[in-house]
Ligand binder design. Structure first.
Ligand code: MG
Length: 431
């Protein structure tokens, strides 16, 4: 079926507002191949040869600005899919399941996505499952719902305990709960019977009730083997490693090192002012810990998320694995991976440090301000996702003709029209 015929069909479906036809046509468009004349010359010369490079996308400031798509974001994904170039999303966002997050991004970009391509800040916590799935795990952070409990249980943690569970079971565990106690009572589940031993503390998203969560972390990190309400027998013993602190207490995990993040808050000058992110919570806990230990023992914890090595190792392994899943065991290993990010301290720093074929492209559509000198030097600075794609493709010898972008834009526009038909509340067939 020719593309121009499909475009006419879209117009007819939009005019009729027929949801069944809209859905069928949408599925056809999602499968529509890129016309061969728009393929990069290298691909046309050898169509069976698979790409040996891949792209890793940050999301906010690269593909999206708030809830809205940045120009050419959808087209970039569409073209990579049609040319079978592997790609992943690597974001420090989180707070919801990979499946829900992937679906939300797919809707916003008007493309089909595979959950396995989506790595968010806490995705590497999946690697903790073999060791901790039967243990009592304190789960901190998340929205005013049981989102994070459900996400953690969805990962496979069988004994999830939240700060709300502890606050509801013992309201005096944090003395200043007058603002939040009702909230915790509403969200709490009963604790297991008997003395409670916590084996690990995991922070999944920015904590909402900092006072309570800091108190719980401090208590457990100074406890006797994670037994809530107990006191460590070794803490402060100068003859022991790390002065006896954290010798047998719960392991502590964070998943997003970002100290600040952009929200819709603006300062007196009308300009956006960044707000605390999860990294600020960690800094607060480190400050408290320094007082508790008289500065004798650093806080021992593990952090995943960009720019940490562990997250890039996880992403690298996943990309290599996906290449085989999508293209068979004989598919070539991925030689170079292009990280597109708007934050020098996040994806750019992480890709530069990880090396192993990772290259960094800093975009000017988010945190980094055009014309300023970034704190970390990327492989290249590009205006937006389209020029970043053009640069990466050129470096790989894959010049992408402008006609391919024009085609992808028309396809995206047609898909968005059909999505509007399906989502329209005024559609009489939806009543
Ligand atoms: Mg970003």
């Amino acid at each position: 079926m020719s593309f121009s015929f499909l475009q006419h069909s879209v117009q007819a479906v939009v005019a009729s507002s027929d949801r069944v036809q809209a859905q069928e046509l949408l599925e056809t468009l999602h499968q529509q191949p890129l016309p061969e004349e728009y393929w990069p010359t290298k691909v046309r010369a050898n169509p069976t040869q698979l790409s040996s490079f891949a792209v890793s996308f940050d999301i906010d400031g690269v593909l999206l600005q708030g809830k809205h798509c940045l120009p050419n974001a959808s087209e970039s994904i569409t073209l990579l899919q049609r040319l079978a170039v592997p790609f992943i999303f690597l974001t420090n966002g989180g707070g919801m399941s990979e499946k829900a997050h992937t679906q939300r991004l797919a809707n916003r970009l008007s493309v089909c996505l595979d959950t396995r391509q989506f790595i968010q800040s806490h995705t590497p916590f999946l690697d903790l499952i073999p060791r901790l799935q039967e243990k009592n795990v304190l789960v901190l952070g998340g929205e005013q719902s049981n989102n994070i409990r459900e996400v953690a249980e969805g990962y496979g943690f069988k004994n999830v305990i939240t700060a709300s569970d502890l606050a509801a079971a013992n309201p005096s565990i944090f003395p200043f709960s007058e603002i939040s106690q009702e909230h915790h009572n509403k969200l709490a589940k009963p604790l297991p019977a008997g003395p409670l031993v916590i084996d690990a503390i995991t922070v999944w998203s920015s904590p909402r009730d900092w006072g309570l969560d800091l108190q719980l972390c401090r208590d457990l990190l100074l406890s006797d083997g994670g037994l809530l309400g107990s006191i460590s027998k070794t803490a402060g013993d100068a003859t022991l490693h790390n002065h006896g602190f954290q010798s047998d207490t719960p392991e502590l995990f964070f998943c997003n090192p970002d100290h600040l993040w952009p929200t819709d808050y603006k300062g007196a000058d009308g300009q956006p002012q960044l707000r605390f992110a999860q990294g600020a919570f960690k800094a607060a806990l480190e400050g408290i810990w320094s007082v508790e230990t008289n500065g004798k023992a650093p806080l021992i914890s593990r952090t995943v998320g960009k720019p940490e090595h562990e997250t890039f190792a996880y992403a690298n392994n996943k990309l290599q694995a996906y290449q085989k899943v999508f293209h068979g065991a004989g598919a070539p290993d991925i030689g170079s991976i292009w990280m597109f990010d708007d934050n020098p301290a996040s994806g750019i720093l992480g890709a530069n440090r990880y090396e192993r074929g990772w290259k960094s492209v800093l975009l000017e559509t988010g945190v980094h301000v055009a014309g300023t000198v970034p704190s970390v030097q990327p492989t290249s600075i590009q205006r937006d996702v389209k020029t970043a794609m053009g640069y990466a493709f050129q470096q790989e010898g894959w010049s992408l003709p402008e006609e391919a972008w024009v085609w992808a834009t028309k396809l995206t526009q047609a898909i968005k029209k059909l999505q509007n038909v399906l989502n329209s509340p005024s559609n009489p067939q939806s009543l």
